[in-house]
Design a binder for this molecule. Structure first.
Ligand SMILES: [Zn+2]
Length: 120
């Protein structure tokens, strides 16, 4: 996919960089060719300073306010008409896991005894 990357405004045609504020592969390639360090492309909101500032003040529970007691039930799930979908668009995390070098499960070696059990 050919994308136009705007490093100054943190945007890319794929849309991932603008939403996540973490550079996508296109932004990383553009930043590397512009001899920028990748860490400078990440939004400062993800920095430790912002995290520490968020938790710098004490957080107290609400005292004196009555909280209504209610039983929560799961929502009713309505199925639409027709056959249910068997495939869906995968997220970038699922795709990156699929492309990963390490398989999530090791292949089992099936010996003759286990093969007979599976056949039955
Ligand atoms: Zn991109």
């Amino acid at each position: 996919m050919d994308c136009v990357v705007d490093l100054e405004h943190g945007k890319c045609d794929c849309g991932v960089y603008a939403v996540e504020k973490i550079p996508c592969s296109h932004a990383i390639a553009a930043g590397t060719s512009a001899s920028l360090h990748i860490s400078t492309l990440v939004c400062p909101v993800y920095s430790k300073d912002f995290l520490f500032a968020g938790y710098s003040e004490n957080i107290y529970p609400c005292v004196g306010q009555q909280v209504e007691k209610r039983t929560c039930f799961p929502t009713d799930v309505k199925r639409g008409p027709g056959r249910q979908k068997k495939s869906r668009w995968q997220s970038w995390l699922e795709l990156s896991r699929m492309r990963g070098r390490k398989p999530r499960k090791q292949h089992k070696v099936i010996d003759a005894q286990n093969a007979r059990k599976l056949a039955i």
